[in-house]
Write a protein that binds this ligand. Structure first.
Ligand SMILES: NC(=O)c1ccc[n+]([C@@H]2O[C@H](COP(=O)([O-])OP(=O)(O)OC[C@H]3O[C@@H](n4cnc5c(N)ncnc54)[C@H](O)[C@@H]3O)[C@@H](O)[C@H]2O)c1
Length: 397
């Protein structure tokens, strides 16, 4: 494997997910040379994590200009992803952008055009749909795409969290003008949709959606709040909620190259108010020969279901997993890997690509994939408002 220590990364954003990027990059040997955020938070993070260049006052353009940054990781809130990515690309920097890629498909199309204009020798933009890089997901993909499960009949699952259950739980994601018009779907549902499309090898072709907002009014603090941080009740004020807490989606998937999952029907529930569930991305894929089931909360195991023989429990790092999947895992069986490792494996695939190792198709989510997820969110919103099936058509970009 090509060493990755010549690459230098700059991080925009200093909240919940920023240190996850820093830790994963450092485990790969990539240098983290710069950080950008508010003057206080960027300074504090630089100090605690030992990052040499600090760009306060949200001066991301200065970070993008730094000659000591090759790749810009955007971990800021959704509404600034596109403007920050455009500046980074214009400065000739590769970009790893958090999901969702942007607030609407009009603005994400600008990124598709910018990457295409720069051409194959220009900068890369990858979107952080890192759930693709759990070895269990790669294993399910291999099983589906070589026909181990037979023809896929249906797919079922959920993405459940409970961190917004109380009306006092506040985050910028709750406001449509900060996070986007779809919240539960845009924030976590797109992880499920990207993962299942990746496993099946086919895009969503149509959707029927129902959205629910249980807390029409919530209480919020007057100052900024970090994701998952506790709030001070004495400072709360009421506000109207314009994003959904829960979504129920019926989906049809399109054609696949391998032919095992053409036109598959799926149903998924997405909730950020499901008491007891912390971060459960669960998927079951049911074929004519067998089924597979996986949950992010038990990331090292896949259940394989059979009709005429005993069911199986496959465990990462043991004989049940394919050897090519083992390229995306570093520890032996019995030594659990999870959320931080999926980031590490994702960034390894991206940086190895930058170092010249170029599998086709690329395993990570491209700018087109990020744009398509935003288009899909818009179709979901149209369906929920019109109470109709909505087709996802048209060229990318
Ligand atoms: N891939 C994943 O699993 C995953 C998980 C969590 C969050 N995310 C994504 O990461 C992004 C950040 O989420 P978070 O949970 O870390 O949020 P957060 O609220 O904890 O942190 C956001 C950070 O961005 C900073 N910020 C605000 N405006 C900025 C600007 N204009 N320029 C630079 N920095 C700015 C804030 O000061 C804060 O430090 C979101 O897009 C979210 O969807 C992805």
């Amino acid at each position: 494997m090509t060493p990755l220590h010549p690459f230098r990364a700059g991080i925009i954003g200093t909240g919940f997910i920023a240190p996850v990027h820093v830790e994963a990059l450092r485990r790969l040997g990539v240098q983290v040379t710069a950080i950008c955020g508010s003057t206080a938070s960027a300074g504090a993070m630089a100090e605690s994590l030992g990052i040499p260049e600090v760009y306060g006052d949200y001066d991301y353009a200065a970070l993008c200009r730094s000659p000591r940054v090759d790749v810009v990781h955007i971990t800021s809130p959704n509404k600034v992803h596109v403007e920050q990515a455009l500046v980074a690309l214009a400065a000739g920097k590769h970009v790893v952008c958090e999901k969702p890629l942007g607030m609407n498909s009009r603005e994400t199309a600008r990124l598709v055009r910018a990457v295409r204009r720069a051409g194959p020798s220009g900068p890369l933009l990858a979107v952080n749909y890192m759930c693709r890089f759990f070895p269990a997901v790669l294993q399910m993909r291999a099983m589906v795409q070589r026909g181990d499960l037979g023809r896929i009949i249906h797919v079922q699952g959920h993405f459940f969290q409970d961190w917004l259950l109380h009306d006092t739980d506040f985050n910028w994601r709750i406001q449509a003008d900060e996070g986007g018009k779809l919240r539960a779907v845009g924030d976590i549902g797109t992880h499920w949709l990207d993962t299942v499309s990746f496993v099946l090898g086919s895009p969503v072709s149509s959707v029927f959606a129902a959205l629910e907002t249980f807390h029409q009014t919530r209480l919020r603090p007057t100052g900024p709040v970090k994701t998952f941080a506790a709030v001070d009740r004495s400072t709360l004020v009421p506000y109207a909620v314009d994003t959904e807490d829960f979504a129920s989606l019926l989906l049809k998937f399109g054609k696949s190259e391998h032919g095992f999952s053409d036109g598959v029907h799926a149903n998924v529930a997405v909730s950020q108010v499901a008491a007891g569930w912390k971060c459960s991305l669960a998927v079951g894929i049911y074929g004519t020969k067998a089924s597979v089931r996986w949950d992010l909360q038990q990331p090292n195991e896949i259940h394989v279901g059979h009709r005429d023989q005993p069911n199986q429990l496959l465990q990462r790092g043991t004989a049940g997993f394919d050897t090519d999947v083992s390229g995306f895992t570093d520890y032996p069986g019995g030594h659990p890997e999870g959320f931080p490792d999926s980031h590490k494996m994702h960034y390894r695939a991206i940086y190895q690509y930058l170092a010249g190792q170029r599998p086709a198709p690329v395993p990570f989510a491209t700018v087109e994939d990020g744009h398509d997820e935003v288009r899909l969110c818009e179709a979901i919103l149209r369906s929920a408002r019109s109470h109709r099936w909505v087709s996802i058509r048209g060229p990318r970009g």
